[in-house]
Design a protein around this ligand. Structure first.
Ligand code: NDP
Length: 333
């Protein structure tokens, strides 16, 4: 059994050397247990927070621990009446070839209804994050302007398309021309802005002539600094993530905008709401019905950035923080 363990706490951006590939015997299932063989592993920005920081401020995973992660696996042995050999399941097996499970947190997948890797993306928790953010928090009305950051990524690409289906005018923010072109030409965004352009803030302002009603925020930092002055009265800020901050050892530097944040929130009657998709499992059926339907009808497109082999996961993970991924980043075993 090959597994990737945490070798060192990152100092800023994670590096391949912060991980180590190890080998051990394949585990043997006990009573009522299943042996799972991993087929796909998703790489998500939040794993970074599990790795801790070199300065020791927060260190949730132990050094030497197997990296945690969402997976699609095949049941290779089962002593559990609810599963048979050959079943494909979505779960949380981590960065390893084989794992044991008691079945309690597994979701069975139907390989006939969709490619099983989609359970880690558009039809899984990143798709659901986009759905929950827009349908329970942002709730754009037709004609309103929605801005989505990290807009070609796993969450953002689906948020762009759901917002379009809701009749909004959608502006995507992404890094580089290939991604901004994709947003407009493939995902149907009304405009797209490159956050690396020197005049990014001006370009964003021009792209939202009526201001911003809903900000689907996945990046924070400089991106939110450009969004903030453009927010309209009654704007909703969906705080999905702040990926630009996950590698900082220190609190964000720069001007202290806290007092003006509250002042502006008050006079613009704004909502700024953070959320975790894990707290919205009651929306799962609606999500499956709506997004599952849109994917089947071709109304929602998705893009997977597939890395071949667990041995390449450590090199691929840091790309999430440099924009080196284009679409849902997954490892195929
Ligand atoms: P993505 O597939 O979007 O990959 C991350 C992307 O973020 C990169 O490709 C890059 O895109 C962009 N990015 C990274 N660093 C920066 C930076 N410093 N400045 C600007 N852009 C940057 O990842 P996910 O879709 O998996 O996650 C997106 C966000 O959603 C993350 O913040 C994540 O933590 C959050 N999330 C929140 C959940 C919740 O329940 N609240 C659940 C799942 C995800 P580019 O090339 O365009 O710069």
């Amino acid at each position: 059994n090959r597994k990737v363990v945490l070798a060192a706490r990152p100092d800023g951006n994670p590096k391949p050397s912060d991980f180590r590939l190890e080998t051990e015997a394949v585990p043997v299932p006990g009573k009522d247990q299943l042996l799972l063989r991993t087929r796909y592993l998703s790489l998500d920005p939040y794993y970074r927070s599990l790795m801790g920081n070199a300065n020791g401020t927060s260190n949730p995973l132990d050094i030497g621990a197997t990296m945690i992660g969402s997976t699609v696996s095949e049941v290779v042995e089962s002593d559990n009446p609810a599963f048979v050999k050959g079943d494909i399941v979505c779960g949380f097996a981590g960065w390893q070839d084989y794992s044991l499970s008691d079945g309690s947190e597994l979701q069975k997948l139907d390989p006939e209804s969709a490619p099983v890797s989609t359970a880690l993306g558009v039809l899984g928790f990143t798709g659901m994050t986009a759905y929950v953010g827009l349908t329970t928090i942002g709730v754009p009305k037709p004609g309103e302007t929605v801005v989505v950051s990290a807009a070609t990524g796993a969450v953002g690409s689906i948020a762009v398309q759901i917002a379009k289906l809701k009749g909004a005018r959608v502006v995507g923010i992404a890094g580089g021309k290939e991604k901004t072109d994709y947003l407009v030409n493939e995902l149907g965004a009304d405009a797209a802005v490159d956050h690396r352009a020197p005049d990014f803030a001006d370009q964003l302002k021009k792209a939202v002539p009526n201001g911003i009603d809903v900000d689907f925020e996945s990046v924070g930092g400089k991106v939110f600094e450009a969004v903030f002055p453009l927010l309209n009265h009654h704007a909703r800020v969906i705080v999905c993530g702040v990926v630009s901050q996950y590698n900082s050892n220190e609190p964000a530097s720069g001007p202290n905008l806290l007092p003006s944040l509250l002042e502006v929130a008050l006079w613009k009657r704004m909502q700024i709401r953070g959320f975790g998709v894990d707290e919205h499992s009651d929306q799962f059926e609606n999500f499956q019905r709506d997004v599952g339907g849109w994917v089947k009808e071709g109304e929602i497109k998705y893009r997977e950035d597939v890395v071949q082999g667990l041995e390449n996961a450590a090199e691929a993970f840091p790309r999430l923080f440099t924009g080196g991924n284009f679409g849902r980043l997954i490892v195929k075993f």
